[in-house]
Write a protein that binds this ligand. Structure first.
Ligand SMILES: Cc1cc2nc3c(=O)[nH]c(=O)nc-3n(C[C@H](O)[C@H](O)[C@H](O)COP(=O)(O)OP(=O)(O)OC[C@H]3O[C@@H](n4cnc5c(N)ncnc54)[C@H](O)[C@@H]3O)c2cc1C
Length: 377
């Protein structure tokens, strides 16, 4: 191909979703995935993450005909969520029933979702997968950088990405429990660590969880170094048996955690989406939801453009940035604020935050409002 309308660089979930969304507008889209580095280990362990996706993300994937193609055990609905503070009795409960929605979120298998998107792309005549060399030569009106947090394209454009390292890492794994999860997600703010169990239906239907446990990096390394039995013992100690006896059902993986925001989101002929534009702590499970909201916003802006306006027009792309910058900034502040609040060891702060949790739990309208924000990033 010598010419495409849009070149999408990066074929993660955000890049693949954007390519399919723009193709549905009738645009010709080039999709450039990163070639594996020479000598890279092709037997690398599969991604053990499962993502909590909100209603807006599910609607986008459904519109792309990807959601309904997922195997049943790859997407599990969450009906209730139980969040515990670091004092006895301090907790907040969210429920789909109280919120008057079908479910609070869906927990989705990360590699299965990527595979399903790749398969939809194979059947999309308007999406043209290309190598890095082909992408260098192709002409396009707009380049969309969806290269994730280490985006080389962003760096080449001279766009800043000031990062604050939390000094924490997330340990992720799949688990099987002795009791059924009943569609309940559980989260413990244990100061300084945050532990989440996301209900899941694989490998064991009704009894599996995806674990995301963020801890100070030293402690995360110690946990990673333990054998499976010792790790499971530490996990069962941390969760106090509330989800039943937990056992590892996969390898463990570790991710360093940071918060960051790009200094510019767009310019003449280029735009940033997903983790290439913003990075948040996974405690609220919102990073990918934000990336998919970027995809929906950019697609809307492009679909509504004046017929004479080129796709790479700076003013057009600023409309996208204007729509996304505030919700993205706000989500960064909320996750960061929660983390800072629970990182404070002072007893007075501890007392206050735990009372705050219990208070919000009793204020139904505020709780509803908070849940509605999380359902639709
Ligand atoms: C432990 C953990 C749990 C999480 N849980 C949740 C959750 O529950 N819900 C949620 O919404 N979010 C969650 N997130 C966040 C989520 O993982 C990210 O926000 C999301 O994966 C970002 O997608 P992306 O496509 O922007 O970037 P990536 O997934 O990083 O994809 C970028 C792609 O671009 C490719 N690439 C890089 N450079 C180039 C290049 N130069 N040329 C071509 N291709 C390139 C990469 O190989 C990769 O395939 C979690 C994150 C972590 C660490």
């Amino acid at each position: 191909m010598k010419h495409v309308d849009v070149l999408v660089r990066g074929a993660g979930i955000v890049g693949q979703s954007l390519a399919l969304s723009l193709a549905r507008l009738g645009l010709q889209v080039g999709l450039c995935a990163q070639a594996p580095r020479a000598g890279a280990n092709t037997d690398a362990a599969p991604d053990v993450r499962a993502y909590a996706l909100n209603a807006a993300s599910v609607a986008l994937l459904r519109g792309l005909k990807v959601w309904d193609a997922l195997p049943a055990q790859a997407a599990t609905p969450v009906y209730d969520m139980h969040v515990q503070g670091d004092a006895r009795g301090a907790a907040i409960d969210f429920s789909a029933w109280e919120q008057q929605v079908g479910e609070l979120a869906w927990i989705v298998d990360a590699p299965v979702l990527e595979r399903e998107l790749a398969s939809a792309i194979r059947f999309s005549p308007h999406v043209h997968p290309m190598s890095a060399e082909q992408a260098q030569r192709v002409r396009c009106e707009l380049t969309a950088l969806c290269e994730g947090k280490e985006s080389a394209g962003r760096a080449a454009l001279g766009v800043g990405f000031e990062r604050r390292d939390y000094g924490h890492s997330a340990v992720a794994a799949r688990l099987v429990a002795s009791r059924a999860h009943q569609g309940t997600a559980r989260q413990w703010f244990r100061s300084p660590d945050v532990l989440a169990l996301l209900p899941f239906d694989a490998p064991q239907p009704t009894r599996s969880y995806a674990l995301v446990w963020s801890l100070p990096r030293e402690r995360a390394r110690e946990l990673m170094a333990l054998d499976d039995a010792a790790f499971a013992a530490a996990l069962n100690d941390a969760t106090g048996g509330e989800a039943g006896e937990l056992q590892l059902a996969s390898a463990r993986a570790e991710w360093p955690l940071a918060i960051a925001q790009a200094s510019a989101w767009s310019g003449p002929g280029w735009v940033l989406l997903g983790d290439a534009a913003h990075l948040v702590h996974p405690l609220a499970g919102q990073g990918l939801n934000m990336g998919l909201a970027d995809v929906a916003a950019l697609t809307r802006v492009i679909a509504a453009r004046e017929p004479w306006r080129p796709l790479g027009d700076e003013r057009l792309l600023r409309r996208y940035r204007r729509e996304r910058i505030l919700p993205t900034w706000a989500m960064g502040q909320v996750t960061d604020g929660l983390l800072q609040l629970f990182a404070q060891p002072a007893p007075a702060v501890r007392e206050l935050r735990n009372r705050g949790l219990s208070l919000v739990n009793r204020l139904t309208p505020l709780k509803r409002w908070l849940t509605a924000r999380a359902l639709d990033t």
